[in-house]
Design a protein around this ligand. Structure first.
Ligand SMILES: *Cc1c(COP(=O)(O)O)cnc(C)c1O
Length: 393
């Protein structure tokens, strides 16, 4: 049996490779950071979600070790059968405190949080109105839910309003949006989304994975940016990006919603609890966030500096209120040349082109971190200038 399936897979894989879409993994031989080691060579990393530079933070490593010493390595159970540890409850409280919400439920990852948030809450009579550029995990979560599906063009409020009008006879309506969209780095217009939600009696769900720790004066995310802390019904997020870059996800928001997720959300009911080490580090991470705003400030300064200098050098960057800077190249083939040559210069950035971004809008995505020092940013900018000269002449 495998014979014919093997041939089929070999052919599909060859097609992926021929289309230039085959994904090769880079093997890192050091901890994650501004500087990483790849094939024995030092490189600067500008493509991690390590926004606050906490992925190799000594205090978090210490907290994780102490957490393991105190509460062991693993939980070996789902929570509704064996329960959870005091640490898990404490982390849930810390997350709610951070976002100004009522309660929190932890998941193994935000992919699970999004996969398990819609189906338990909404049914056939209801509607989910989703931004067209939402993360894959939101799309999958919506697919698992029986509610009617509406899709509006990215951050297009006229289109959102049209879809809300179309959905007006549905029992409950939920608007779902990413906080920051990962390809442009644009922040969702949550103020206008919230206004429309009030006008059409809808609820709002925001995925703060790319925005938490980054957006807003103190990094509390888009609800801080738009003065809507505690207002939106549902926030999902990850511990795998700005918040230390380990692993873990959460849904935080209105008390009854979280309560219902504890009763019926399948990735919570049928998947293992987060390991104590990760949970202990998460608690320490949120304590650090409440002690100082240093890292958020540094990230904002770094991003402003990078965008300003790139503009001065004549590069066309999308406006960004996040740590994601899209350097527009437009031509798909050229974007791959840029990425390859940047890598030769010891700078890791990613080139994206159709179908990941619209046709003719190929770009290099640069992700800034609080771990970057001024010299790192300058090296990256100098490499862009050098590579442009090599490619454009
Ligand atoms: C990264 C990301 C996720 C997935 O988070 P994990 O915790 O790694 O599963 C979900 N939503 C958005 C918007 C993301 O950017």
């Amino acid at each position: 049996m495998y014979n014919s399936f093997q041939k089929y897979l070999q052919k599909e894989l060859a097609e992926i490779e021929a289309a230039g879409l085959y994904k090769n993994e880079r093997i890192i031989e050091s901890p994650q950071g501004a500087e990483i080691l790849v094939k024995g060579k030092k490189c600067l990393n500008f493509c991690a979600n390590n926004y606050l530079g906490l992925a190799n933070n000594p205090e978090l490593i210490k907290a994780a070790k102490e957490g393991m010493d105190a509460r062991g390595f693993g939980m070996a159970s789902v929570r509704f059968i064996c329960g959870c540890q005091d640490l898990h409850k404490k982390l849930e409280e810390k997350i709610a405190e951070f976002f100004g919400t009522e309660d929190t439920i932890l998941y193994a990852a935000c992919f699970d949080a999004n996969g398990g948030v819609f189906e338990p809450l909404l049914g056939e009579q209801d509607a989910i109105i989703s931004d067209s550029l939402n993360h894959a995990s939101i799309i999958d979560g919506v697919r698992l839910c029986k509610a009617k599906r509406f899709r509006y063009a990215n951050a297009d409020m006229a289109d959102l309003e049209a879809k809300l009008i179309e959905a007006k006879d549905c029992r409950f309506k939920l608007i779902a949006t990413d906080g920051v969209f990962s390809m442009d780095g644009n922040v969702c217009p949550l103020d206008k989304i919230y206004e429309l939600a009030e006008k059409y009696d809808a609820m709002v769900m925001v995925d703060e994975s790319h925005s938490a720790g980054v957006v807003g004066k103190t990094g509390r995310g888009v609800t801080e940016r738009y003065n809507l802390k505690g207002k939106v019904e549902i926030i999902t997020g990850t511990l795998g990006k700005a918040f230390g870059g380990g692993v873990g996800g959460f849904t935080t928001g209105k008390k009854e919603i979280i309560d219902m997720l504890r009763q019926r959300s399948r990735p919570y009911l049928f998947s293992n609890s987060l390991a104590p080490g990760l949970v202990a580090a998460g608690i320490r991470m949120f304590e650090m966030m409440s002690e100082t705003n240093e890292l958020q400030d540094k990230l904002h300064e770094n991003t402003d500096y990078f965008l300003r200098r790139m503009k001065e050098e004549g590069f066309d960057c999308k406006p960004s209120e996040s740590a994601i800077c899209a350097v527009m190249i437009y031509d798909a083939a050229k974007s791959q040349q840029y990425a390859a040559k940047m890598q030769e210069e010891g700078i890791f950035v990613t080139g994206f082109y159709y179908p990941v971004v619209p046709k003719g809008e190929a770009r290099i995505r640069v992700q800034i971190s609080a771990a970057h020092e001024r010299e790192h940013l300058d090296k990256c900018i100098a490499a862009f200038v050098k590579v442009r000269k090599e490619i454009e002449g």
